[in-house]
Design a protein around this ligand. Sequence first.
Ligand SMILES: [Zn+2]
Ligand SMILES: [Zn+2]
Length: 437
Amino acid sequence: MAAQHKGDLSSAERKILQVIAAGDVQEAAQLLAGEEVRVNCLDEYGMTPLMHAAYKGKADMCRLLLQHGANVNCNQHEYGYTALMFAGLSGRTDITSMMLDAGAETNQVNSVGRTAAQMAAFVGQHDCVTVINNFFSLAKLEFYTRPHGLETEPRLPPTLAGPLHRIIMTTNLNPVKIVLLVKENPVLVNVAALEKCHQVMDLLCEQCVKQQDMNEVLAMKMHYISCVLQKCLAFLKKRDDKLDALVKSLLKGRDSDGFPQYQEKFIRDCIRKFPYCEATLLQELVRSIAPVEIGNDPTAFSVLNQAITGQMAFVDANYCATCGEKGADKRCSLCKAVTYCSLSCQKLHWFAHKKMCRCLQEQDADLEKDSPKLKELKDDESDLVMETANFLQELCLRAEEQVAAAGGCPAELRDFPPPLLRDLPSPKTEATAQQGP
Ligand SMILES: [Zn+2]
Ligand SMILES: [Zn+2]
């Protein structure tokens, strides 16, 4: 882009900076339609309108400016900041993703040598760091949707690129979540499709290791996703159940304490099978996990997750007990000890959780003896009440499954206890339901 004097702005350009700050997208669109506004004009600090919009957290405004040809990699800023850096500083993951999709370079550095991810980390915007570090452009994946060299057909059918890209971009590495992402896309729940996808993931892994600026972290992620896809493939070859049995295996807890040992062993296996044994990251992971007995902390998942996303699991947010999604805010209405992101996740987990739910309820009661609502449970009737509640909750879940299976309205996300449980007329049920939040 041609060099231009900083601060050399027309009155319309000064106006648009104010409009951006105020967030008036319509007025900004009108100004951009006129001839007096250069979309990449620089104010006296070398900031473009896009940088302003990103820093102020105005997503619609960023989208508009990009549509009008804003240069996402402009770095005339006095300290070398880019729009991606401003997005990361603002803490807005949606804007950070938008900059990356628009082609923002992740390795540009500012005047003190920091990348956008490093700057976001410096101010504690860890979600933005995760987004930047997990970015992989759709264009790079689409390379495989065209035949190259002697190939007569592409390695990846074009229809699979979008769904596979969504999986590659996930920042939630919980294997259940990845299987659910596969299940969401009927084109992926297919032996031939999964075969192609995992082969492309293996190629991407190899590319990450062999490229000039080797990226072990992304290589490990590609490999891990390939392993999950191969596991889906193996289950799909054995039975035609849309991967339900795989989800169950991953969630099933062992009898003694409900610890999901199949999942733990699966993730350990994935790490062990990483094909580049000289990788430092692999050695670190193995060193962290090998001495840990199965069922103790840290779990293989938490170690892998931290290595790839840079985030500590289970620290400051509620995670869904089924799929690991962050910010889960629905609690099991009986034990209140586990959280879910959705009713469907609670349903998936119930077969495993019901064995532990009672036990967790008792722990909870011991811990909070003073809590008035738990005092109720000390009544002679408490056993019967809880028995009934358990039974009813299971009935509710089954009933909803049947509704869903019959093609009825999909269960909406609601707070627990589920409405069916709440709506039942018996007085005992009402007493149970009142334990809800
Ligand atoms: Zn969930
Ligand atoms: Zn429970």
